[in-house]
Structure formats: C-alpha cells, structure tokens
Design a binder for this molecule. Structure first.
Ligand code: MLT
Length: 260
C-alpha cells in the first residue's frame, strides 16, 4: 500500500504533533515552526505526490489522503496524535476527523475552512488541474500574490523569495491531484461538531483566502473545545509569515491535548 513520507523531529516518545502542509507545498513549509518546537515530538508529512510521498492511485480525494495518513501513522506506531493542518492540510485533517476520529487527541485548523467551494472556485480548480499537465508549475506562480499578506510583501523579502521558489518547484502531477481532491471535498462542519477534543482554529489577520467568517463557523462547530487565535501581520501562510505566533498556538494545543 502507498505510504506518505513522515519526517520525525524532536523527541521520539509521547503523543506527536503531526503537521500537514498547504497547497502546493511540501513538509518544508513547516521548517520555521519546527525549529522552535525542538522539545516536542513532531512529525511533518509530505502530502500525496509532494516531497518524498508518491501519488496514490484512484480518483483524487481528501478522504484518500486521510486514509493514507492514518495507515502511514499506524505503520510507524502512532495510534494517537495531535493533528494540525494549514489550508489544504486542514481539509485533510477534517477528513481524518470524519473518518478516523479515534486517532485524534487534538486538532488544529489553520488558515482553512470547513465549507465547500462555490461553483466558480470548483471550476477554477479543475481548470488549473488540466492546465498543470501542459504548463507545469507556472500555473501556481501567481498564487504568491494571494498567499502572502501585504506585510510580508512589503517587509519580508526572504519569505516572499522562499515562497516563490517553492511554488516553482511544485510537481505538476501533485498540483493536479490536489486541485481535483479539493474540488471534490464535502462540507465538514458535522464532523467538527461530533469532536469532543481540544482544538485550535487559527488564521492570519491579513488572510483573504480563509476569511474570518470561515474561522468563526469552525469555532462554532467545535464549541467549548475550541481556542481561536488571530495572528497579526500575516496572510494565508501564517506558518511562514509569523511562525512565532503559530509556535505558541500549537504548543498550547499540544499541552491541552496531552494534559491527562
Ligand atoms: C492552500 O494553501 O492549501 C490552498 O490555499 C487551499 C485552497 O486552495 O483552498
């Protein structure tokens, strides 16, 4: 069976914090965050077709991503985890919440949303999936304008350059797989309502891709278990634009989820 690549950081015992990256990146997206979590057991994951992970067979689906992730964690001896995902990583984390809630000690949903896309957004995803076969990673180059907030564009040239480089390296087959999977994803509010575990909802205050209302509806679904954090001076890529704030929020989530 296909397995996803898991990258271990920090201590090898204890309930790990598992981090799922956004589209169209790979586990390197978390480098700045992981650098400040050296005392926690952390696993970063390469999503389907990204980094060191192969592309699965069959129709692209976040449910497939979730099943593969849980099987890969299981094979590595991790039967209970604190799972956090940014954007597409959040969609995958919510698929895990729906299909494998028993593995979750806690969940973090960063710069993401539980609702389905409007028709136009779905259509645009499928058009990009088709175009990636011919144009390669050039189809995602323009995302640099929307992924990062104005503060980063104005004053963090290193972050902008790093992101530009990662976009240029995105594998075309993974771009197409991810867009088709995201276009097909269902609404996950019911799965969040069914959870009774410590949770985190986080967004950058300059994130136009995951608006405040999307975060508020996830907080509402998670109820009393949710902590909401709005990260200042960050757009969609909070993990790279303001990693210190993301580190604090993830550390607090892991502490709450492993307290007993
Ligand atoms: C991401 O960062 O993973 C993407 O913005 C997700 C999406 O396209 O909805």
């Amino acid at each position: 069976m296909t397995k996803l690549a898991l990258h271990q950081h920090g201590p090898t015992t204890g309930i790990p914090l598992v981090l799922l990256h956004g589209f169209p990146l790979d586990s390197r997206m978390w480098d700045a965050v992981v650098a400040d979590l050296k005392d926690l057991p952390v696993l970063t994951v390469d999503g389907p077709g990204c980094g060191a992970s192969p592309l699965p067979e069959g129709a692209p689906s976040l449910d497939t991503y979730a099943d593969l992730l849980v099987a890969s964690l299981d094979a590595a001896g991790h039967h209970r985890v604190v799972l956090a995902g940014l954007s597409m990583g959040g969609y995958a984390a919510m698929a895990v919440a729906e299909r494998h809630p028993g593995i979750l000690a806690g969940i973090g949903l960063l710069d993401t949303k539980a609702a389905v896309d409007p028709d136009e957004a779905r259509h645009n995803r499928l058009a990009m999936a088709d175009a990636a076969a011919e144009q390669g990673s050039a189809v995602v180059a323009g995302m640099i304008n929307t992924m990062l907030g104005p503060t980063s564009h104005d004053s963090r040239p290193g972050v902008v350059e790093q992101m530009r480089q990662w976009l240029a390296e995105a594998p075309p087959a993974a771009i197409a797989w991810a867009q088709r999977a995201m276009a097909a994803r269902p609404d996950r509010h019911a799965a969040l309502r069914a959870l009774e575990i410590p949770s985190l909802v986080l967004r950058g205050d300059e994130d136009d891709m995951s608006p405040h209302e999307a975060a508020a509806s996830m907080v509402d679904a998670l109820g009393e278990h949710a902590v909401f954090v709005e990260v200042p001076q960050a757009g969609h890529m909070t993990s790279n634009e303001n990693p210190a704030a993301v580190v604090d929020a993830l550390r607090d989530l892991h502490r709450r989820a492993t307290a007993n």
